[in-house]
Write a protein that binds this ligand. Structure first.
Ligand code: UD1
Length: 342
């Protein structure tokens, strides 16, 4: 039987590459679109090593309308799009807001404009728990009110959700699932793909693994006087392979026309862990002692957020398979593989 074709924008990125693998293993034909502005072409080799086949890939910017049209014409019969491609550095977005609006909002609008001409109706969007701002109550459900974003990056996620909702209201030919990710961590168990931060990592786990590998002198924990049990920030760290699998289920749900035209799901574990807990879990999982210090809070950080995942569990049958320690062990295995390959 022919595989159902799903375009994965940002398919060479951290979450995108894991989703490509899970889609293929579930019987779909992923087609990657990536401009490699924040990823490396070597990721494609990692995917191929895991799957034993080459996944079609197009090096284009998905804000480039004519390039997009060319890819869609060439590939034919695309049944859905998972849209990961976006800039994601919160701090950078404060310095370069226009680049963030142009890239994140612009590429969504281009995709939505082009899709109907090719009969593509199904769309999964990479959203973020950042839309909840600093929530009044924890855990956050999908009904928790969204709050004004604290960064242009966060604002683009909220704006894209609103654009998708408005477009779906105005047409019968858009069916979309908004997945609000919490904090994805870890790497594929094969250690052939994982997170590949270019430059100094902004996110916690790659900073931890690089410090443990001796590439960074020490981790700075951004503040320990928050109103949390140990004073450090609380997040919901989800294993990236579990998160990738949520996309496969979301795509199938869209193809089956099971839900409303627009549906929103939190994708997390339902568990909150502090930064110190992550550090200790890493040490326990790997046996490596981590050099760290406490620094001042980072501007824009939310003190605590974690997901209520009842909706994703009930409606998507979503389950997480890996503990925090297992996910951290996979990140460490990936870091060691990277170090050996350089
Ligand atoms: C943020 C956004 C998220 C976005 C992600 C993309 C929020 C709530 N979350 O995640 O939507 O998708 O960026 O990059 O805005 N930390 C340290 N030291 C470090 C690095 C991080 O202590 O060197 C701490 C942070 O203060 C935070 C936690 O680790 O408490 C996680 O940080 P990070 O991995 O950057 O993710 P978020 O800021 O939660």
């Amino acid at each position: 039987m022919e595989r159902v074709k799903i375009v994965v924008t940002g398919g060479a990125g951290f979450i995108g590459s894991h989703a490509v693998v899970e889609l293929y293993e579930a019987g779909y034909q992923p087609i990657i679109i990536d401009d490699f502005s924040n990823s490396k072409e070597s990721v494609l080799r990692g995917i191929q090593d895991i799957l034993g086949v080459e996944i079609p890939s197009h090096n284009i910017d998905c804000g480039d309308e004519s390039a997009l049209r060319e890819v869609f014409s060439k590939e034919k019969d695309i049944q859905g799009i998972i849209h990961f491609a976006a800039f994601k550095a919160v701090g950078e977005s404060l310095q370069k807001p226009l680049a963030y609006y142009q890239n994140n909002v612009g590429s969504l609008m281009t995709l939505l404009k082009v899709m109907p001409d090719f009969g593509i109706e199904n769309f999964v969007f990479s959203s973020s728990c950042t839309v909840y701002g600093i929530p009044d109550q924890l855990p956050v459900t999908e009904q928790t009110p969204t709050k004004p974003a604290t960064s242009p990056y966060g604002n683009t996620k909220k704006m894209c959700e609103d654009i998708l909702t408005d477009v779906a209201k105005a047409t019968t030919s858009l069916h979309t699932i908004l997945l609000r990710y919490f904090n994805p961590i870890g790497a594929h168990p094969s250690a052939k793909i994982g997170e590949l931060p270019l430059g100094v990592p902004q996110n916690l786990v790659p900073f931890i693994t690089q410090t443990a590998a001796g590439m960074r002198e020490k981790l700075t924990i951004y503040g320990d006087t928050y109103d949390t049990p140990d004073g450090t920030n609380i997040r919901d760290y989800i294993y990236v392979v579990d998160l990738a699998k949520a996309h496969v289920v979301a795509v199938q749900r869209l193809l089956d026309r099971k839900g409303e035209a627009v549906e929103t799901f939190n994708v997390g574990t339902g568990r909150g862990n502090s930064v110190l807990e992550v550090v200790h879990a890493f040490e326990k999982a790997t046996g490596v002692k981590l050099n760290y210090t406490i620094g001042p809070p980072r501007t824009g950080d939310v003190p605590a957020i974690y997901a209520d995942v009842t909706k994703a569990t009930n409606e998507l049958g979503f389950k997480t398979t890996s503990s925090l320690e297992e996910a951290l062990a996979s990140a460490w295995k990936w870091q060691q593989t990277l170090a050996n390959s350089q």
